[in-house]
Design a protein around this ligand. Structure first.
Ligand code: PEP
Ligand code: MN
Length: 374
């Protein structure tokens, strides 16, 4: 038997979560014999949890069940509430990822989880095609005010006849182009064998969509101890994505930035279906570093800016955008590449939008309060 959630009481003052506090989804709160179920329910509701009283056959409430989509919080915070005897719930399967939650995470010169901070812009060509073309692209990336230079040295291509990337020499060009302009490098590791070389020449190692569950690769990239940018698989659940992050961290990766780039869908008008709900969930409920790649989501340059704006509005820490000095002749993903001017305009608009956005919504606040309670 169930009833509607108990009403909320006024929330306590917000306080930051203690670093490393494990945020979980507790499922059941057992009450002490003398507890007032309504008061406990109200205290839980104020923390963003959705309690439902569980009644014995005699009509007495001895426990409250918590909806699985309730805010995450530290179980110890709930155990400390008056009237609570015990908090039950499954342990998180990704504790190392959870520990990144809601605290400043430094990756390659950028601080993630810093509400109100300027968004991170990652930009560059889909593939690194030549030293000269990369140099022009890097000038445009720097002129737009982007902080990280992207570009594939090793390319995962659907067709074996398509351009496969320039490999190790492209890694060296990326490093030189970035260093000359004060940028950082993010580029994809496609194989276990090349992971150490990719880590040596880059600041952040990208795991591509097609490799999100290549567990051997995740372990090899983790072992390089470089931070990783983890793109979501084409049909991966959020939990699978988080667990892929846990693979990286449990093998040595110091931090993971999650990158939503669209899921495979039935529609052919856009390349993928951008899951902004998952971005909101990762940011506001889990409190994790998350960026959005609107280029691979849209597959067409006219939609890159609208999707980028939406991504910032739902709380993304930044954007990863493809740009090419001569998109018509790009060796991969030309239709979605922005020109240098388009990139500069986009960056300008995104900075203005970020500055105008109000503070993050309640859910982040709720979890922070729950985690910071004694
Ligand atoms: C890329 O960013 O270079 C890329 C190949 O993207 P994805 O893995 O998202 O397809
Ligand atoms: Mn691409």
């Amino acid at each position: 038997m169930s009833s509607t959630p108990l009403p909320a009481t006024p929330a306590p003052a917000a306080a930051p979560a203690a670093p490393g506090t494990a945020l979980r989804a507790p499922r059941l709160v057992e009450l002490t014999a003398d507890a007032d179920p309504r008061a406990v329910g109200a205290a839980l509701a104020a923390l963003g949890l959705w309690p439902t009283p569980l009644r014995d056959p005699d009509g007495r409430v001895r426990a409250l069940s918590l909806h699985p989509s309730s805010a995450l919080c530290a179980p110890s915070a709930l155990a400390a509430l008056p009237g609570v005897a015990r908090v039950l719930g499954a342990a998180s399967p990704h504790p190392l990822v959870d520990a990144l939650a809601r605290r400043p995470v430094e990756v390659a010169g950028h601080t993630f989880n810093a509400p109100g901070g300027a968004p991170l812009l990652i930009a560059g060509p889909c593939s690194v095609e030549s030293e000269g073309a990369l140099s022009v692209a890097a000038d445009q990336v720097a002129a737009a005010g982007a902080q990280w230079l992207r570009g594939g040295a090793y390319k995962p291509r659907t067709s074996p006849y398509a351009f496969q990337g320039k490999g190790d020499e492209a890694l060296r060009w990326l490093r030189a182009a970035a260093d000359a302009r004060g940028l950082r490098v993010v580029t994809e590791a496609l194989s276990e064998a090349s992971a150490p070389r990719v880590a040596e020449w880059s600041d952040v190692v990208q795991i591509g969509t097609r490799n999100m569950q290549n567990f051997a690769l995740l372990k090899a990239v983790g072992a390089t101890r470089r931070p990783a940018l983890l793109k979501r698989g084409l049909c991966a659940t959020v939990e699978e994505w988080l667990l892929a992050g846990e693979y990286l961290m449990s093998h040595g990766c110091p931090a993971v930035v999650f990158c939503e780039r669209g899921l495979r869908s039935f529609d052919e008008q856009t390349r993928n279906l951008l899951d902004l709900g998952a971005v909101a969930l990762l940011k506001h409920t889990y409190g994790l570093p998350v960026v959005v790649d609107p280029s691979h989501a849209a597959g067409r340059r006219d939609l890159v800016e609208p999707l980028a704006r939406a991504a910032l509005a739902v709380g993304a820490d930044g954007l990863m955008v493809e740009a090419h000095p001569n998109a018509a002749e790009a060796l991969s993903d030309g239709p979605q590449a922005l020109s240098g001017d388009e990139l500069r305009r986009l960056a300008h608009h995104l900075r203005a939008l970020a500055a105008a956005l109000p503070p993050p919504p309640l859910s982040a606040d709720w979890a922070a309060r729950a985690a910071s309670r004694p």
